[in-house]
Design a protein around this ligand. Structure first.
Ligand code: SF4
Ligand code: SF4
Length: 211
């Protein structure tokens, strides 16, 4: 989320949009998680118990959220450019047949491999994930850690549109999960310790959300 994140301000418009300072901090995507092992376990147990959501990575590894269709686009682009980009599953649901339904992925690098460190800009601007488009908003009402953010929500233009789309996706995701649980299509009593070791051999499906 760097250089091209600026928003042109129409001369005739009185609206002053927030402008990205292009510091590049949000493309340095791995933030060390401060959770202790007990806290991480407690959080994951809660997500499993209440939503049937299993984490396929430790929370300290997880970076920006990439929805399945975004992961596909970024993988294709990386392949086209001959880049080595690791995009790993982040959260999944488990069916009674022990198939995994991957909900989302994350870019498994400390600094996003699509970030041009010299020019300090995103090299996949048109393909960048929704979470990058919304930043520094993390929802229509919440902010990330950007040092240059405005805390006045009315200062945001396209970031707010994308933050609202994020909120819609998350609401729809919750509704889908609730429905799957009610139908008995996903289970919660699965040995989580097997997930990472068996991942390569499991039947992977994806949850793709249409708005
Ligand atoms: S996809 Fe682009 S905007 Fe998003 S973290 Fe990577 S370089 Fe930054
Ligand atoms: S951290 Fe904030 S100012 Fe820096 S590039 Fe990201 S959005 Fe722009």
């Amino acid at each position: 989320m760097t250089m091209p994140m600026t928003h042109p301000v129409a001369q005739t418009s009185p609206k002053k949009f927030w402008q990205c300072a292009k510091c590049g901090a949000c493309c340095h995507i791995r933030e060390q998680n401060k959770l202790s092992a007990e806290e991480e376990k407690s959080y994951k147990d809660y997500m499993k118990k209440h939503f049937g959501i299993f984490y396929l990575a430790s929370l300290s590894e997880v970076t920006i959220n990439v929805w399945p269709e975004e992961a596909e686009r970024l993988r294709d682009e990386a392949k086209r450019r001959g880049m080595d980009v690791r995009i790993r599953p982040k959260r999944a649901l488990v069916t009674p047949n022990h198939d995994l339904i991957v909900m989302d992925y994350f870019i498994d690098h400390d600094i996003c491999p699509f970030f041009d460190k010299e020019k300090r800009q995103c090299t996949v601007y048109a393909l960048r994930p929704l979470i990058c488009r919304a930043y520094p908003l993390t929802s229509a009402k919440t902010y990330g850690k950007c040092k240059y953010k405005s805390t006045n929500l009315s200062d945001y233009g396209s970031e707010m549109d994308h933050a609202q789309e994020l909120d819609l996706r998350i609401a729809k995701e919750k509704a889908i999960i609730t429905d799957l649980m009610l139908r008995g299509s996903i289970i919660r009593d699965f040995d989580e310790s097997k997930l990472r070791s068996q991942l390569a051999n499991m039947q992977l499906k994806e949850l793709r959300i249409k708005l």
